[in-house]
Design a binder for this molecule. Sequence first.
Ligand SMILES: NC(=O)c1ccc[n+]([C@@H]2O[C@H](COP(=O)([O-])OP(=O)(O)OC[C@H]3O[C@@H](n4cnc5c(N)ncnc54)[C@H](O)[C@@H]3O)[C@@H](O)[C@H]2O)c1
Length: 383
Amino acid sequence: MALVAAGIPVVLVDESRTQLDGRLATIRKTWESHAARGRIAPEDVEARMALITPTLELADVGDVDLVIEAVFEQMAVKKQVFAKLDAHARPGAVLATNTSTLDVDEIATATSRPESVIGLHFFSPAHVMRLLEVVRGEKTSEEVVATAMALAKRIRKVPVLVGVCDGFVGNRIILVREAEALRLLLEGATPQQVDAVLRDFGFPMGSFEMQDMSGGIELLYRLRQETGAKEPIADRLGERGRFGVKAGKGFYRYEPGDRTPHHDPEVDAIIEEAAEAAGVTRSAVRDAELADRLLYPMVNEGAKILEEGIALRASDIDVVYVYGYGWPIDKGGPMYWADQVGLGKIRDRLRELAAAHGPAFAPAPLLERLADDDGRFTNGSGA
Ligand SMILES: NC(=O)c1ccc[n+]([C@@H]2O[C@H](COP(=O)([O-])OP(=O)(O)OC[C@H]3O[C@@H](n4cnc5c(N)ncnc54)[C@H](O)[C@@H]3O)[C@@H](O)[C@H]2O)c1
């Protein structure tokens, strides 16, 4: 939809007829509603639909300049698809993956042309959200990176070039926050309290509201099942099919057809049960403590990302957060915000939290160095 809206013809491939028809119907419905609200001209609906060539055959990508793969999030499936793309796509075509969590370099090994492979990580819903993480693989050519950045601008996205790591920039940082949010529930906070603290800070929604909305509960639950990792509260939600808004229940409960989160005593019981099983005695956590424990680790993870060269500059991380994750724009993004708070203050608080709650809070070496030198992330010294 993002490409077609910019006038670029698209071949839409799915292996399932039902899925393909369903997707086409959704696309049409969305644009019809845009037309009904005057956002596009009525004749644009048909003009746009005419730019889409639906097919069940991957071989039909033979003529395209760019492929954006968005099949199931499983490495084996991605590799199968990329091996087929290698066989069918013309030489020089850009082969992009929309993966959120998988290793782009490993995907590229399924082809004979890793220099053509790149990540184009759109954010959901992709025709609305403006952020695009452009993921440069180890072997991605400069031409392919430049093409991806230029394409992003043509389709009115805001591209940020990032390197390969678990979760890239955006999800890597958000996962640190979500993991801490869950630990806070175990210790005594409630989903409502955590979400209120984040909304007070300026996020449009809190951690648990966002997980309910995004489908993150199910994705992470399935990933943990594959890796054998455990999360006492989120696993219990998964076992009970509490996958968020679409299931009518997640960290909150939802009335049919309504996305308003309602407090659910069943979730309180799940949290109590998980805490008991983990041997944790729950007690109230202050709001100020919650804010520090949710926000400072995001800054710290950003510092690690910078030091590893996964992001090129602090302001790129800020762009990811403002455009992709609802970081309040008046606070400029996590790295800019950290500069305003003062890196010394954040470093000292992280040291305290590490002493109290474990080494996950230990300040990143870059944060330590900048704090020692009275430095900043966003004046170039952190870049
Ligand atoms: N849903 C999101 O919010 C989101 C956001 C960013 C990135 N992503 C990424 O996008 C990708 C797709 O996610 P999704 O949520 O849209 O999944 P989905 O399960 O809704 O859709 C996947 C589609 O791929 C089709 N498919 C599967 N195997 C295929 C094959 N071999 N050939 C052709 N078509 C095939 C399926 O029929 C299905 O229609 C994943 O890599 C995911 O990580 C998703």
